[in-house]
Structure formats: structure tokens, C-alpha cells
Design a protein around this ligand. Sequence first.
Ligand SMILES: [Zn+2]
Length: 201
Amino acid sequence: MALNYYSDWETHTWSCECGWNGAGGDAWTELHDALVQVDCPECGSRLFLVDLPTPDQVRAAAAVGNEEAQKELGPLRQAEERWAHIDAQPGFDPSVLPDAVDGRIELELTTVSEADGGHKETWMALFHDSRELYRELAQYETLSPLRRLLPAFRERYGDAEISLHTTYSAFIYLLGDRTSMIDDYGSLLKQYDIEDIKAAP
Ligand SMILES: [Zn+2]
């Protein structure tokens, strides 16, 4: 059972079996997907887990005067706006894909970063022969772009040989910190019989 992020875990005094006593804020913390793991700074034993706050919890805590939550409101709004943009993007139109030549097509997936308004924005972009065919706002740490694009490639090219060159920057963006997704990445390409060409860093 994990603790609420906005409870008093940072100031509360905890004790470990090894004899350490101290405030949660002085312990070791390790960030996971939706949790903070808090370990004893002496022996490394796990003390407790804390749930990272949901957007609703951030807003609720900010509303009752939590300063840390109030500082999160700006970034939270930005993130939600970006998600709304991502959701509102037109889907991938397979008609942008060029014809295969001699039963073969090579596509490249890479990231493109450019200034957009006042800030730098990153897109996941599809190229063929140095020509950009399609781009969408990049989503960190998810294979969802591949889950949408690969079936469309296979449908467009039928039995043709398809190879996908995923550049290092795109690969790192898709996987994020979840290196466990490397296997999922490989299986996805295999599922659609697409040759996997990953660039070295
Ligand atoms: Zn300990």
C-alpha cells in the first residue's frame, strides 16, 4: 500500500530494522513509473512506497495551499495542452507512402526538433529517401506510434519487403527509460514482418 504523495512522509520519522531513524525526506528515493520507492540510507532496505500524484491530486493539493503542488500547476497545464494537441492530430494517411521499387521499400523513423512558438518541440517523423512524409508530436516512452504506423505500412505494401531504419534519437525517444520495451519493439517489427534497422549511437 503506497502513501499519498501529499501526506507527511517527508517529515514523518521512520525507523529501519538496521537501527536507522530519520525523516522520509532524508532517506534514499528512487523514481519508478508511478511510484517513489523510499529506501533506508544506511542499509538500502525498502522503507515504503509513495504514489506519484495524479493530475487531480496535484490540483486538489494546490487548492488547499500546498506550495509544491502549486508549482506543478504550470507544467501540468502545459503537459495537458500538449496531450490535447497529440490527441487532436490527424491520423496517419497511408497515401503519403511512395510506391515500393522492385518489391522493396526502405523507410526511416527519426525525431525532428524545431522551435514552435516560444519553445522547442520534438516530432517523430517518417522519411523516405531524405524526404519527410509525415510527422506527429513525439510521445516519450511509448511504442504507440509504431503500433499505428506498422500495420498501415504492411497494408500499403502487401507482400513487399519493408525495412524500417529507426534512428538512435527516435529509438531512445520511443523507449525512454523503459529498456524493457526493447523486446516489445522487436516483436512489433517481427509481427508485421518489417526488417529492423537500428542505428548505432
Ligand atoms: Zn536500514
